[in-house]
Design a protein around this ligand. Structure first.
Ligand code: NIG
Ligand code: FE
Length: 408
């Protein structure tokens, strides 16, 4: 049996490839792996005649669904402390922006993150990653951005990277988010902080190979488009890809800014204009929607989903897991919220945590769909149709996870 080392049979194969039917579904299919790759995939009746279905290397999944391993393409999983008390304050009427301007919000997490040791940050983040993993997540992106000084940013990135070390289920990509908030010690000299990011942090991050991409928070409570441009210009000179927290609370033309730098993605996008959507369509950037932050901040302005569809901008969905605006450790819940709050179809939502999430990380050639040659990352779910993943809240139907061709 040279076509595969292991074969899973009698599966609903939710390939998520485009061009075929809904969900790229292959009903009653089989999927084989050789080493860490998908080496065979098709309908049961196309299996080669020599296939020995009684071999111990063949697993009968009895009509269950198999999807690509889920990808959470936007998280802030590494942080010190939590902001449950701030959640209470917001329930009593304080707004996210007010708390931020009063030195709370992101800056309170900065203080806790600076004070935490690498071990403490790792232990806390590992627990959060475990929650994501239980729901079939096999790849996550993790940002820095709560250190905001050279050593603390590097510390966060080292912790983020190490989450994937020796973890048989999880690959981690890291993103440097030095331009997340202005640290208190630079409150009276914004330019000096951007200089620090551009002249010291970025070269160190790049030199020590700690980040796959560079992100920024473009917002009146964070950084201006001009400040972000300085960061992006340097990032691109250093050969790093960029992405942006864009147009979350107001329209600063963040999506168009991201597009000008060929961003992998522009994220949030509640206030993005039609021109911003067109710019994303031209640059081929992914629109990452974050329903957890929309929900927690009780936002009412919806991201421009119809425009994104019309202009064929790929839409991804992520947890934005962070201690303030999105204390969320369930990517499956985000599928439901993307449908109920943002009116995505269940198929669009699932594409948002598989194919389009892979594209948002620049990894679509390697993962995100079930196709021969791609990495053998997939999940077996105790469901009969893929729509059930977005439909049900709670009751995690994940029964088996295969990462790099191995059951974990
Ligand atoms: O993606 N928007 C900026 N950054 C995070 C929030 C971080 C925080 O509140 O701690 C976000 O929503
Ligand atoms: Fe975020």
């Amino acid at each position: 049996m040279s076509d595969w080392d292991y074969l899973w049979v009698n599966a609903q194969l939710v390939t998520m490839t485009t061009g075929g039917g809904e969900y790229g579904l292959i009903e009653n299919g089989a999927i084989g792996v050789t080493a860490d790759r998908i080496s065979w995939l098709g309908a049961m009746n196309e299996l080669p005649v020599r296939a020995q279905l009684d071999s111990p290397r063949v697993v009968d999944v009895k009509g269950r669904c198999i999807t690509p391993g889920l990808i959470d393409c936007h998280t802030h999983l590494v942080f010190g402390g939590n902001r449950a008390r701030e959640f209470e304050m917001r329930l009593k009427g304080a707004s996210y922006e007010e708390l931020q301007r009063a030195g709370g919000g992101i800056l309170s997490t900065v203080a806790a993150t600076r004070a935490a040791s690498e071990e403490e940050l790792f232990t806390a983040a590992k627990k959060r990653a475990a929650a994501l993993k239980r729901e079939g997540v096999t790849t996550i992106e993790v940002k820095s951005g709560y250190g905001l000084d050279v050593e603390s940013e590097l510390k966060m990135l080292r912790v983020a990277k190490s989450l994937g070390d020796n973890d048989p289920q999880l690959d981690v990509t890291t993103t440097f988010l030095g331009a997340h908030a202005l640290p208190p010690e630079y409150a009276s000299d914004r330019a000096a902080y951007i200089n620090l990011v551009v002249e010291t942090m970025l070269p160190r991050v790049c030199g020590e190979n700690l980040a796959d991409a560079v992100d920024g928070f473009c917002e009146s409570i964070a950084f201006s488009p001009e400040e972000i441009e300085r960061v992006f210009t340097r990032a691109r000179e250093l050969g790093l890809a960029v992405k942006l927290h864009a147009d979350q609370l107001s329209d600063l033309n963040g999506a168009a800014l991201a597009a000008r730098y060929d961003a992998l993605s522009a994220d949030h996008l509640e206030y993005t204009s039609e021109a911003g959507v067109s710019a994303l369509a031209k640059s081929g950037s992914v629109a990452v929607l974050l329903p957890g932050a929309f929900y927690i901040l009780k936002e009412t302005r919806l991201p421009p989903v119809s425009l994104l569809r019309r202009q064929q901008v790929p839409i991804a969905v992520a947890t934005d897991a962070n201690p303030g605006s999105s204390p969320v450790l369930s990517l499956l819940l985000m599928l439901n919220m993307a449908c109920t709050l943002f009116s995505l179809t269940t198929e669009e939502a699932l594409a948002g945590v598989t194919r389009n999430a892979a594209q948002a990380l620049g990894l679509l050639d390697d993962r995100g769909t079930l196709e021969t040659g791609k990495r053998a990352d997939f999940v077996i779910w105790d469901i009969a149709h893929p729509s059930e993943l977005a439909y049900m809240i709670g009751g995690n139907p994940c029964v088996d996870i295969i990462k790099d061709g191995k059951t974990v």
